[in-house]
Write a protein that binds this ligand. Structure first.
Ligand code: SAH
Ligand code: SF4
Ligand code: F3S
Length: 442
């Protein structure tokens, strides 16, 4: 009988991607099979996130539960991967010595060897190096492609915002070779993938230099990718305001597959706070990117990341954030209360805002964005739009779910046969946050 694995994934899409790669390794190189029951597993891995303190504490409480499973089944191998592994490797082996493997985000491809070593050792085996791009050369290639697939094009961050752990957990920015990316996408598309989501901590900081005088930046990469006519949509996340190159603006003019929705984190609408965060741009600079994009594509919509309650954030700073949200009409956000992270420069700033105030600000920000999103949904009722059908609706089994190029999700009657089709539809109603429509042509 084959041994079984169970992987739990926390954090961002980079972790989702890495977990998928670990699953591939377990199946293809290590002859394991998946299980959904932790009790049945021979290897349990949690792929962790340390962006906020809460995310990190979750790991230790989960490990406490897994320890009980290991007490019943001493052969069970427990692994901690991802950003907590990278940042807290020694703390893990101290606080949870029953953990067998600690694997950093850049060494997931070494899982088979780390696993073997852990079987021989009665101590925690730790491998949290940053061996640059070696990871991508050593991962098995994809065979089962889904409708929509992530492709990591760069990793790490060299920006060092004053509050953030990512540069320390993932290392500095490193871009994958152009041909490797195009080859991976080619395989995915041949296997049926219709939508490619390019991934990276600062995805548009992509810059690859082959050492022979050829280089490619993010905008050019989009043009290379768009040559593959099997791709119906190209998305990317997360981009950074300081990395918008001219070719990227050109891409919005020339590449119809590039969606008219952009997730562009701003964090705050106050220049004072942005400077304290060391974001490296002003609100005006941010707005000029949005203005340029809207000029090219008036239908374009935006979402963003926000941190509320950054040390020293005043009521006035916060209302500037709200003003900005209304002005740009952000329709979605990843917004959180500031979390103090050990080892980051902001950790030494005095936290002078009460918990209640922080919560109040977060609620207000989120409800402002929700109402803008509702307004936009209402505004398309009665209109004809195009959607790409992504899958069967999770709520109604006689409906399928699709998305407009500017990211509105709409359900229409139909079966899985419609998946992957671009359809012109008429939007009929908004029912409890869900937009519904009917097909105009097939
Ligand atoms: N590189 C991207 C974002 C990656 S991290 C960018 O900077 O645009 C994802 C998000 O986590 C950040 O945008 C930020 O909003 C949030 N974040 C990071 N550190 C945080 C902290 N210490 N407290 C609260 N939120 C944080
Ligand atoms: Fe963190 Fe800033 Fe890098 Fe984003 S750009 S990952 S917030 S350091
Ligand atoms: Fe979390 Fe690491 Fe992603 S800290 S957000 S899993 S890069």
């Amino acid at each position: 009988m084959k041994k079984k694995y169970y992987i739990e994934t926390q954090g961002c899409q980079m972790n989702e991607y890495d977990s998928d790669k670990m699953k591939d390794l377990l199946k293809k190189n290590m002859d394991f099979e998946p299980t959904l029951a932790k009790e049945e597993a021979d290897i349990l891995i949690v792929n962790t996130c340390s962006i906020r303190e809460k995310a990190q504490e979750k790991v230790f409480s989960l490990l406490g539960q897994w320890r009980k499973l290991k007490n019943k089944k001493p052969d069970l191998v427990i692994g901690v991967a991802g950003c907590v592994a990278s940042q807290e490797s020694s703390e893990i082996s101290l606080r949870a010595p029953y953990v067998d493997m600690v694997i950093g985000p850049q060494t997931i491809h070494r899982l088979p060897e780390i696993y073997k070593d852990s079987l021989k050792s009665n101590k925690t085996v730790i491998d949290v190096e940053f061996p640059l791009i070696e990871k991508f050369d050593n991962l098995p290639s994809v065979t089962e492609a889904k409708f929509s697939e992530f492709v990591t094009i760069m990793e790490g961050c060299s920006k060092y915002c004053s509050y953030c752990v990512v540069p320390y957990t993932r290392g500095t920015e490193v871009s994958r070779p152009l041909n490797d990316i195009l080859e991976e996408i080619d395989i995915l598309v041949k296997n049926g993938t219709k939508e490619i989501i390019l991934l990276g901590q600062n995805v548009n900081a992509y810059f690859y230099d082959d050492g022979k005088g050829n280089f490619v930046n993010f905008g050019l990469l989009l043009f290379y990718i768009a040559r593959n006519k099997g791709i119906k949509r190209i998305r990317y996340t997360t981009s950074h305001p300081n990395n918008f190159d001219e070719q990227t603006f050109l891409a919005y003019e020339k590449i119809p597959q590039l969606v008219s929705h952009l997730h562009l984190p701003i964090q705050s609408g106050s220049d004072r706070v942005l400077a304290a965060m060391k974001r490296g741009y002003t609100v005006l600079e941010y707005k000029s990117i949005i203005r340029k994009l809207k000029k090219i594509r008036p239908e374009m919509t935006f979402s963003s990341d926000f941190i509320v309650g950054f040390p020293g954030e005043t009521d006035n700073d916060f209302s500037q954030t709200i003003e900005l949200i209304k002005e740009i009409e952000f329709e979605q956000s990843y917004s959180f209360i500031y979390s103090k992270r050990p080892g980051t420069p902001a950790a030494s700033l005095e936290d002078n805002i009460s918990e209640d105030k922080k919560k109040e600000r977060l609620n207000y920000l989120q409800s402002t964005i929700n109402s803008l999103s509702k307004e936009r949904s209402k505004s398309i009722i009665g209109k004809n739009v195009e959607i790409l059908v992504e899958g069967v609706s999770s709520k109604y089994n006689d409906m399928v779910t699709g998305r407009t190029t500017n990211n509105k999700i709409i359900n229409i009657p139909g079966t899985e046969k419609l998946i992957g089709k671009l359809l012109k539809i008429h939007v009929t109603e908004l029912n409890n946050k869900t937009l519904k429509g009917e097909v105009l042509t097939t």
